[in-house]
Design a protein around this ligand. Structure first.
Ligand code: SF4
Ligand code: SF4
Length: 227
């Protein structure tokens, strides 16, 4: 059993890089359970992520020290930091960009009780849409966790839903997201506001604004999306 004290020590190691633990749970077992460090089935998972853009200055300091341009630099930084923490605490580190994809969104929903917004991003009662998952730690023993509290899903109380009304090409709608429509606009001559300030729909959400990513961070993510 991984004791609470150990979980707090892991959280402290991550916080040195602007990262936080985003909850966790013990696997029920059965098909689909990922493997742990030894290759045996994992018994538990801790999600690792961020609230707002807290890791950004840590990432930039790392990036400045690199001798040449790096593809998928934020992913590489996240893997390095989370991998080192995993090694120290006997876990297997995994990433949302691993192939085949791991069910990060399902894990996140189970760990924190969040539900998707109309944009697909999970809606957090404090951070709004301004948070992310950067990786997870898989353990081969169970974790002693606090019981998860019920979480309000703010989208249920949001009648106006400005996140579905602000995109100039209506790429998000009640019917879902049209990736090609969004991408063409972001890359096109009228896509400047999205490229420099981020998705207008995401920015229209009134919740979690204290955690909203600065424009330079949103521009970084948008450049990666539109590449
Ligand atoms: S604008 Fe309303 S519906 Fe859209 S993500 Fe925010 S809270 Fe949810
Ligand atoms: S990034 Fe721009 S084009 Fe894409 S959904 Fe958001 S507002 Fe629309």
């Amino acid at each position: 059993m991984l004791e609470r004290g150990m979980v707090e020590t892991i959280a402290a190691a991550l916080s040195a890089h602007g990262l936080i633990l985003r909850g966790g749970f013990n696997f029920a077992g059965g098909e689909g359970t990922p493997s742990g460090l030894s290759g045996a089935a994992a018994r538990s998972v801790l999600l690792v992520g961020q609230a707002g853009a807290a890791p950004w200055p840590h990432f930039l300091r790392w990036l400045e020290k690199q001798s040449q341009p790096i593809d998928d630099s934020l992913d590489r930084w996240s893997r390095g930091v989370i991998g080192a923490v995993a090694e120290k605490f006997g876990a297997r580190a995994v990433s949302p960009s691993d192939r085949p994809y791991l069910p990060f969104q399902q894990w996140a929903m189970q760990a924190e009780g969040l539900k998707p917004s109309p944009l697909g991003i999970l809606m957090h009662p404090q951070y709004g849409l301004w948070h992310a998952y950067r990786g997870a730690l898989l353990f081969e023993n169970e974790i002693a966790l606090h019981e998860r509290r019920d979480v309000i899903h703010l989208c249920d109380t949001c009648l106006e839903k400005p996140c579905l009304k602000s995109c100039p090409v209506a790429a998000y709608s009640a019917d879902g997201f049209v990736h090609e429509t969004c991408l063409a606009h972001v890359r096109g001559q009228n896509g400047g506001p999205c490229r420099t300030g981020g998705c207008l729909d995401r920015n229209a959400c009134p919740y979690g604004i204290d955690y909203r990513y600065p424009a330079e961070v949103q521009a970084f993510h948008m450049a990666a999306f539109a590449r």
